[in-house]
Design a protein around this ligand. Structure first.
Ligand SMILES: Cc1ncc(COP(=O)(O)O)c(C=O)c1O
Length: 470
């Protein structure tokens, strides 16, 4: 009996473990102030000594820090690894799986040729088009209207990609110290942009197998934290691939609007519907126009090198965003905009071609993982660009990524997609490369994990790769 009880360990240690897990899951935000020992002891019905010992344990592990007179805080985790959004060194021996960026569309060349001819006829034009070319804004507005969100050209502002759009929206609507709800896991670029303006990101757990629970969690977080904004990807979220069902998105839109939260909807992957489920209702459709600001781009359906994105908003929000944007950018490249007009003219074919490519790569990835890494778990997404995997117990993505890098396979660690310590047990794998490259990448992973079916492949690169850069 004593021996059995001895295995349970002291109570403070299990409390420390539970608290650490909450921090790692992002339920307690990085840099959050912890409750005082007295308050937590009362809430949990344990002695103050137990809480004090658990806090001491977590301080020793570097999870918490105490500031005299101010309280105990979660230590913000600063990821200083060279995992920026982009990497260099994509040589023949490198398998670059950091970015979920597909190759250029085969429609691109013809679009630029037509754009060049168009430019040749406008040589008298000064070349600056603040807000964007009217025909492009009109084409984008028509697509929103067709999807059920009536939109006019003057509700669209063209930007150099969605990144530029998110920057402008955040700069216009978020100030230092403001709180912003983010689905969790989320797109790292949005976290970076929000942090850069001094915002605090409030993570709201998004479970792809239970998106409905997200509505209540977002409602609770909105009530508790009084955020100014929520940043969401209702269609094929990066990295989880989640699509919010119509009822869920309607409830979520209404809930956030009722709480006075403006929602920024990132739709860069909206068209990547690989299983043909058909178009979804735009998030902003059931709520007043001012409730949602939408950003989009052609980076995923066409190419990240085509820097054309946009903001869609009501007049007041768009004016605020345009004021910020015009202070740092006079115009988006006109030839890129002309190419975008061409591409949107045949957009169904462009998207169908991209989806065929991504579907083949997704299917190659899911079968390679199922075959070679059966203890990794994932849900096969119906669209988007990546698979979000849970690693077997005890495996850490940060360590796996380091080891993979030595073998020429570059991946972004799961922690890039969360706040605090979250998602070191998860791994994103983009399916934007060819099925052959995907097979190679999974072979490297299987070998690193000591998988049973992990025979090294001929083309698996073995030499170290150059440093990635932000
Ligand atoms: C969700 C999300 N938003 C925005 C972007 C950036 O898009 P763009 O290349 O148009 O700036 C990405 C690119 O990975 C993304 O995944």
């Amino acid at each position: 009996m004593t021996a059995v009880l001895g295995r349970v360990g002291p109570m403070y240690a299990s409390l420390a473990r539970d608290l650490q897990r909450l921090v790692e899951d992002g339920a307690v935000a990085a840099d959050a102030r912890m409750p005082s020992e007295r308050v937590l002891a009362r809430v949990l019905g344990v002695s103050r000594v137990t809480v004090a010992s658990a806090y001491r344990e977590l301080r020793e592990q570097g999870v918490l820090t105490s500031v005299h007179g101010a309280g105990t805080f979660v230590v913000p985790r600063s990821d200083t690894r060279p995992w920026g959004r982009l990497v260099t060194g994509d040589g023949p021996d490198v398998l670059e799986f950091v970015n979920a960026a597909p190759p250029a569309s085969s429609f691109l060349g013809a679009a630029y040729e037509a754009a060049a001819r168009g430019i040749a006829t406008t040589s008298a034009h000064p070349g600056y088009v603040p807000g964007g070319a009217f025909r492009l804004r009109e084409a984008i507005a028509r697509r929103y209207t067709a999807r059920g969100l009536p939109t006019t050209a003057d509700q669209i502002m063209i930007t150099a990609g969605a990144t530029d759009a998110i920057h402008a929206v955040v700069a216009a609507l978020v100030g230092p110290g403001n709180r912003v709800l983010v689905e969790h896991p989320t797109y790292p670029g949005a976290l970076d942009t929000l942090r850069a303006v001094g915002a605090t990101c409030i993570p709201v757990a998004l479970d792809p197998s239970d998106p409905d629970a997200f509505v209540d969690a977002a409602d609770r977080a909105a009530r508790q934290h009084d955020p100014v904004l929520a940043y969401l990807m209702p269609d094929h979220a990066n990295p989880s691939g989640t699509v919010l069902p119509t009822d869920t998105r309607r409830r979520l839109a209404a809930t956030l609007h009722r709480r006075g939260v403006v929602t920024v909807i990132d739709e860069v992957s909206v068209d990547l519907d690989l299983d043909g489920h058909g178009p979804t209702e735009p998030f902003g459709a059931p709520v007043p126009d001012r409730a949602a600001v939408t950003v989009g781009s052609l980076s995923k359906s066409v190419w990240g090198g085509l820097r054309v994105g946009w903001v869609r908003a009501d007049a007041a929000h768009l004016a605020a965003v345009a004021t910020v944007y015009s202070a740092r950018q006079l115009t988006v490249s006109l030839i890129d905009q002309y190419a975008a007009i061409e591409l949107l003219g045949d957009y169904e074919a462009v998207v169908a071609h991209r989806c065929d490519q991504l579907r083949a790569s997704r299917d190659a990835l899911t079968s390679a993982l199922t075959r070679s890494l059966p203890d990794w778990s994932f849900r096969s997404p119906s669209g988007g660009l990546s698979l979000w995997c849970t690693l077997p117990a005890g495996e850490r993505s940060t360590e796996l990524v380091d080891r993979a890098r030595e073998r020429g396979l570059m991946l972004a660690p799961g922690t890039r997609f969360g706040t605090g310590y979250a998602f070191d047990d998860c791994q994103r794998i983009p399916f934007t490369r060819t099925p052959e490259e995907i097979e190679d990448a999974v072979a490297v992973l299987a070998e690193l994990m000591g998988g049973a079916n992990a025979g090294p492949r001929e083309r698996v690169p073995s030499r170290a790769v150059p440093e990635a850069v932000v």
